[in-house]
Write a protein that binds this ligand. Structure first.
Ligand code: G3P
Ligand code: MG
Length: 355
């Protein structure tokens, strides 16, 4: 049995940079994933017509940007102006398609590890593999390297020929005859397989060939537990919170793990402040002797909203319903002007960037 290659990657990997919580494959999505405890993210990398590597899942621009047509046919100057966030929600308006360079800079500053899936446009398999490998090797020099993966064997072969030292993984929808030979022939250190095609026997065979095994896209607790018990090395998932992911695996049997397994607790500035705010929000409990509800809720009594977005302390009244608790627009927030000492109403720059 060949010895397994070094494996510096954590168990949980956010799919498309936590692409359900924020527009997929944008910097906002990576920040959202990190705020929920992810240390590693998967994303899709392709090339513009002038060979700028950037992040996009589809071959065309229409679903996730305000552009149209094939991405591979357009210059980076055109692509850089597109809005890649508004389709997901108005608060992401203005989010741009990230270049690989901007992602590397974000990763360097925040410590995020990456799985770069090579997603070539039509007829661009080899060119995409070679260019992305060369550019990534320069951008990640001295850091934990990104894991390059692809369904396209031509992309992986070109990446290997360009920069052999970068770790590679073969993506597979199913385990057809010859999968081990294909992965090992490309010098891969891992396979990334659709979860429906994996069982304990297949994972054991891969391990015996010196390959790690990841699975995509695992969004159910039972499936996560099954794969963990079968010996999987990592899961690519859209699951939103670290506590949910840990709960998924905490069951009796061989898949049982400790809290925090495979992930570090997120740095404090990455905590999701809206959730802290929710926990601390005041709750009104009627008692048996309470006055009629309408009169009671109209009485003014100041309560503190601690840890409000942006870190500001501010005062509100119970009759006021805070915007985060009650939902924007349903009950406008009124502040007690005497108690409000300079706490601004807006979100801080940190909150606005999701940090
Ligand atoms: O890399 C795993 C997974 O991302 C492959 O599927 O279509 O989401 O890129 P897709
Ligand atoms: Mg992908």
């Amino acid at each position: 049995m060949p010895p397994p290659a070094p494996w510096p990657y954590p168990f949980w990997i956010a799919h498309r940079g936590a692409g359900k919580l924020a527009p997929e494959n944008t910097l906002a999505a990576f920040r959202a994933g990190q705020a929920r405890g992810y240390r590693m993210a998967e994303c899709d990398v392709t090339l513009s017509a002038d060979e700028q590597p950037f992040l996009l899942h589809d071959a065309t621009l229409d679903r996730t940007t305000d552009g149209h047509g094939l991405a591979a046919g357009q210059s980076w100057a055109t692509l850089a102006d597109l809005d890649a966030g508004a389709w997901h929600g108005p608060r992401f308006r203005g989010e741009r398609l990230p270049t690989l360079a901007s992602l590397a800079e974000h990763a360097r500053h925040s410590g995020l590890l990456l799985n770069l899936e090579l997603k070539p446009g039509p007829g661009q398999a080899a060119r995409t593999g070679a260019v992305v490998a060369r550019v990534a090797a320069g951008l990640w020099a001295g850091l934990t390297p990104p894991l390059l993966s692809s369904f396209e064997t031509a992309s992986l072969a070109a990446a290997r020929d360009a920069v052999e030292a970068l770790p590679r993984a073969l993506l597979l929808e199913r385990l057809a005859t010859g999968w081990r030979e294909a992965a090992c022939g490309l010098g891969c250190i891992a396979i990334v397989v659709h979860h429906g095609a994996l069982d304990a026997d297949a994972i054991r065979q891969a391990h015996e060939a010196g390959l790690r095994v990841l699975s995509y896209t695992v969004n159910g607790a039972a499936e996560a537990r099954r794969l963990r018990a079968a010996g999987i090395d990592g899961l690519i998932t859209d699951a939103s919170t670290a506590s949910r992911r840990t709960r998924w695996l905490n069951t009796r049997g061989p898949g049982r793990v400790q809290a925090g397994d495979g992930q570090r607790h997120p740095p404090r500035q990455h905590r999701d402040r809206s959730r802290i705010h929710e926990r601390n929000a005041p709750r009104w409990k009627p008692s048996a002797s309470a006055a009629p509800r309408r009169r009671r809720t109209r009485r003014r009594s100041a309560v503190s909203h601690r840890a409000a977005p942006g870190g500001a302390r501010r005062m509100a009244t119970r009759v006021d319903r805070c915007r985060l608790c009650a939902g924007a627009g349903r009950a406008p927030l009124r502040r007690d002007p005497q108690r409000q000492r300079g706490a601004g109403p807006g979100r801080s720059a940190g909150a606005a960037t999701g940090r």
